[in-house]
Design a protein around this ligand. Structure first.
Ligand code: APR
Length: 248
């Protein structure tokens, strides 16, 4: 692994147009559970019954009580971990340009990355189903379930539910950026949800180096990625930064 870390540090230091694609795994060390695998959210909740737009519209109170309420209390207190901070450092050192994230936790922006595409929307904002007003999630209380807007309409998070389109501007920009990058770091995603998981394929087809950071292999590992840095994102990012900018 130490040789691969050295190799990856060399690949990163030789790049100037790095893009990161991140998933729930990068936020696990911030206390936010992943969706799949050990302790995953979808082990407790059937995503088609709780995370599909039709299920939400059919019974918003059920989805709010079971899933969204729990997400809000977790996300309200979550903070960036070493993996988020490492990607922000790669931007400040001039190597990384954009983070395309599937996460809705806002931790990349909190860590300091300035160009973050929230591919699946954001949990930081709630929208009213009636008047479309947007309200900061931090200002929404869970006293009433489901929470309501001043107009009486029910609030929904500005996340993309299953059954909804990826915002076209996010999709087209992510495709263009993936086609132009010289290296893509794929951090903490099971790479099973499309079209997000196709971004590394676009990068590879466009000649970029694709490096995965994950304790486990994924469908990308033996088809698309150049290599997998096997480990927790925080540990791997710390090791990479130590190679790239050795302590003074
Ligand atoms: N560091 C790095 N990776 C980790 C860590 C860690 N500490 N812990 C777990 N992982 C990896 C797991 O091995 C897995 O490959 O993170 C990945 C998490 O996968 P998912 O839970 O499927 O998350 P993600 O890939 O982001 O899911 C994609 O599916 O449910 C939808 O909209 C939801 O955005 C989400 C999308």
């Amino acid at each position: 692994m130490a040789d691969l870390i050295k190799k990856a540090a060399g690949d990163i230091a030789a790049s100037r147009k790095i893009v990161a694609l991140t998933g729930a795994g990068i936020s696990v060390e911030s206390g936010i559970p992943p969706f799949r695998g050990k302790g995953g959210v979808w082990e407790k909740f059937d995503p088609m019954e709780y995370a599909h737009i039709d299920a939400f519209m059919r019974d918003p109170e059920k989805v709010w009580r079971a899933l969204i309420g729990e997400m809000k209390s977790t996300l309200d207190t979550a903070r960036p971990n070493d993996a988020h901070l490492g990607l922000a450092r790669l931007e400040s050192l001039g190597y990384l340009q954009t983070v395309i994230t599937q996460n809705v936790d806002g931790l990349h922006q909190m860590a300091g990355n300035s160009d973050v595409i929230e591919f699946h929307g954001s949990f930081a904002v709630m929208e009213c189903l009636e008047c479309r007003r947007e309200i900061d999630t931090a200002d929404v209380t869970l006293e009433e379930m489901p929470p309501k807007c001043m107009c009486g309409g029910i609030l929904r998070p500005a996340c993309i539910f299953f059954g909804e389109l990826i915002p076209p501007e996010h999709l087209t920009r992510s495709q263009a950026i993936s086609a132009r990058c010289d290296l893509m770091l794929v951090v903490g995603t099971s790479a099973v949800v499309q079209p997000a998981a196709f971004m590394p394929v676009i990068a590879k087809q466009s000649g970029a180096t694709v490096i995965e950071i994950n304790p486990e292999s994924t469908p990308l590992t033996h088809t698309t990625s150049d290599y997998l840095l096997k480990g927790r994102a925080g540990d791997v990012m710390n090791a990479l930064l130590q190679e790239i900018e050795p302590p003074a």
